[in-house]
Design a protein around this ligand. Sequence first.
Ligand SMILES: CC(C)(COP(=O)(O)OP(=O)(O)OC[C@H]1O[C@@H](n2cnc3c(N)ncnc32)[C@H](O)[C@@H]1OP(=O)(O)O)[C@@H](O)C(=O)NCCC(=O)NCCS
Length: 150
Amino acid sequence: MPQPVTLTRVDAARVLPLRAATLRADHPVEEARFEGDEAPHNAHFAVTRGEEIIGVGSVLRLPPPGRADPRAWRVRGMAVAEGARGQGIGQRILMAALTHAAADHNTVWCYARVPAINLYLRAGFAPIGEVFELGDNGPHLLMMRAPGPI
Ligand SMILES: CC(C)(COP(=O)(O)OP(=O)(O)OC[C@H]1O[C@@H](n2cnc3c(N)ncnc32)[C@H](O)[C@@H]1OP(=O)(O)O)[C@@H](O)C(=O)NCCC(=O)NCCS
């Protein structure tokens, strides 16, 4: 029988290994830490199957680039283990992040990797501007979700 899949809010330390392995594969794990990871108002979510963490994502309070919106939130570090992708786990983590942000003010933004754009479009994010290269992390798109029902 397949093991149940569970989503829980966790400490930053629990999301770091999968975040680093997925998003910063050729870099030391420490480079996958984000500013604000440890701040108590920010949240990290992990999806587990049995003992294994198969999906992670974080939501951190941060104004979007070029906008004075100190109460906005950034979704960051979305990563699902390769064999578990395309089954709705990423969407589940994203919904948990949006729900956390909605508790006080829910303008949410992200730099979406181009292959992940549909995930954010489906959750109500809109593209802002053009695709650009984000460091050595490949093409990204700034996307933003206006306050409103999830
Ligand atoms: C992006 C990611 C977190 C989505 O998790 P998921 O569980 O696969 O997503 P869901 O099953 O809920 O939704 C499927 C959507 O995820 C995205 N997706 C699926 N496989 C993907 C992949 N290999 N790389 C990037 N995005 C992917 C697509 O937007 C897809 O929608 P589409 O099939 O309509 O194009 C996951 O695929 C992943 O870890 N990818 C590699 C790392 C990455 O790109 N992270 C996002 C940074 S913004």
